[in-house]
Design a protein around this ligand. Sequence first.
Ligand code: ACO
Length: 326
Amino acid sequence: MPNNMQFSRIIATGSALPEKVVTNHDLEEILDTSDTWIRERTGICERRVAPADQTTCDLAEEACRQVFERSGVDPKSVDLLIVGTTTPDLVFPSTACLLQHRLGMEECGAFDVNAACSGFIYALSVADQFIRSGAVRRALVVGAETLTRMIDWNDRGTAVLFGDGAGVVLLEASDEAGVLSTHIHANGGHANLLCADVGVSRGFKNEPGGGLKVLMSGNEVFRVAVRTLGRIVDETLAANSMDKSEIDWLIPHQANLRIIQATAKKLDMPMERVIVTVHKHGNTSSASVPLALDEAVSSNRVKRGENLLLEAFGGGFTWGAALIRY
Ligand code: ACO
């Protein structure tokens, strides 16, 4: 019988990054751009780029092994595996299936979620519903990307923004408060403002790589992102009858420091209470929120019992938030 009183709690976090660091100065060598422009407009100083033989699944595996090592949990005891990714290793099997096998997990449900930069929040939301309903006891939730694989390195409007990485949380059913609520939304009406407009069914273009690249109207995306993240923050606080002063940490999607600052302002939060990694990771899409969370936990900034607000916005458009008692 489902136990509806259960919460899902984060029992461990983990992350992985490629070794190679690409600085803004490195990009100055190949693009008509400058370190000053990139830092002033985005907050990004450097990003990690995976070599050709390191895939999304490789990064996810490293992050998950860290979680199992830190928690002492046996991978075989996990009942559900969800990977948020827009850059899967293969069309199929899913990255989650490849990962499940590598980690030696039992035959638990395993699938990918594609919600662009909101992929981790979406995956967390799905896993939380499974645990709350009593259907599963432990769930591994991953955000992993190699987005630099689909960057046009001649396009200064996008090439300077993205990086690769993976982050993960292990959730467990608990009577104690953990994930308080999750909120996910989408609006496909402006799909053309942020997309990669080729694919299996529509076909590929007669261009290098089949024309697979990120296309973005940055300025328009920026405006919608700021407005939409403001709304999701209000929705999340209202759903929990919580005042913004009760949030201890904002852990936002790391696309642009100016977008992060706008959300912090909306919450009246000083930047010291905001976890920022965009300067060294760039935008790692689905991986960005769990990477930032792992950094916050590993550096002992986030403490047990504190309230965390996680949020993300990305292609689709998709957006979402999670309020968590850590
Ligand atoms: N270096 C130098 N100049 C540049 C660069 C660059 N890398 N890129 C653009 N410029 C130029 C433009 O050509 C333009 O020049 P012009 O005025 O002569 O035409 C000028 O800089 C201003 O361009 P804007 O696009 O208006 O710059 P903006 O201040 O909006 O910053 C940016 C661009 C950083 C992309 C910003 O709009 C942004 O962060 N947008 C949101 C991104 C985002 O949140 N995406 C969602 C998640 S991603 C996902 O889901 C996969």
